[in-house]
Design a protein around this ligand. Structure first.
Ligand code: PMP
Length: 306
């Protein structure tokens, strides 16, 4: 389906997008990245990229924190993304991964350059077969990485070792997905998404100092709760036992979108069904990303009619 990828300034054939095995990207996980969804809008004959500017802003923040010089300006990245998607001529929902990495040949642990970059645009539908009915989740016995060691605020490949350990443990134990507590025993996030719970009609989500990636979907949801439903979400520490007694809970992320959680450590949430506020905010979210709701036109970048 995907014929072309982007590597170091050029659109190349899928099979030719290769880097050397001894780069610090490979040896030490010296890669920062972003994941962005593109929605195929058949009425407009176009693909809308959701919050592209905000993802690029976060990519630049990750590069700053990881000591990598940006290989392009924000507009340069945008041009390369649009060129790549256009060349592949997708007519379906897609996911774009932008990677920036240290690619010196056999570079050391502290090598900062040269900095390479790659972009992949691949077809992507809903990522879980249970995205409608909800997931049965476990609280991990692994703790989330912390800002004082490997900061989750940097969206870097190395951080996903923590996510892998937690995710695989949950899979091995027969769960669909995982929730990870931080070093203080409070909820941080999922393996690759942020988390909201609902208690007594109030959406709660961990704060940005709870060792989370500052998710763009999380921000979108906080805003849509106010703008569409008149509900103010609260960002605060969340205890493990609050997960067990929550009225509703869901994951959120660019790829994940909004995916309901229907049990945690076998405690049923909302009787094992998807709750009403989760259903409502998911509807508003999907209308927003696809432009069915005209609100926040600045969040959608049309690719083909640009
Ligand atoms: N936390 C982690 C660890 C993630 O990998 C992601 C996905 N990028 C998120 C949260 C959600 O971030 P966003 O909504 O910006 O995609």
């Amino acid at each position: 389906m995907t014929k072309y990828l982007f590597l170091n300034g050029q659109v190349v054939d899928y099979d030719d997008a290769k880097i050397h095995v001894l780069t610090p990207a490979m040896k030490y996980g010296a890669t920062v990245y972003e994941g962005i969804r593109g929605y195929w809008i058949s009425d407009a004959d176009d693909i809308y990229l959701f919050r592209l500017d905000d993802h690029l802003k976060r990519l630049f923040q990750s590069m700053e924190l990881a000591w990598m010089e940006p290989p392009y300006s924000i507009d340069g990245f945008k041009d390369h993304i649009i060129e790549l998607v256009t060349k592949n001529a997708f007519r379906q929902d897609i996911h774009i991964r932008i990677m920036v990495f240290v690619m010196s040949d056999d570079g050391s642990m502290t090598s900062r350059g040269p900095v390479g970059s790659a972009i992949a645009a691949l077809p992507m539908g809903r990522i879980s077969s249970k995205s409608e009915t909800g997931l049965n989740c476990a609280v991990s016995s692994w703790r989330r990485i912390s800002d004082s060691a490997t900061p989750p605020r940097i969206k870097c490949a190395g951080n996903y070792q923590n996510s892998r350990l937690a995710g695989i443990q949950a899979e091995n134990d027969g769960y669909d997905n995982v929730l990870i507590l931080n070093e203080n025993g409070k909820l941080s996030e999922g393996a690759g998404s942020n988390v909201f719970i609902i208690r007594d009609g109030i959406p709660l989500t961990p704060s940005v100092t709870d060792n989370i990636l500052e998710g763009i979907t999380r921000d979108t949801i906080i805003r849509l709760f106010v703008e569409k439903m008149g509900i103010k979400a609260v960002m605060r520490n969340i205890d493990r036992t609050e997960l067990y007694v929550a009225d509703e809970a869901f994951y959120c992320g660019s790829a994940t979108e909004i995916t309901p959680i229907v049990s945690v450590d076998k405690h049923l949430i909302s009787g094992g069904n998807v709750g009403p506020l989760t259903k409502a905010i998911k509807g508003h979210y999907l209308d927003c990303v696809r432009g069915k709701d005209p609100l926040h036109g600045e969040w959608r970048t049309a690719v083909y009619s640009r």
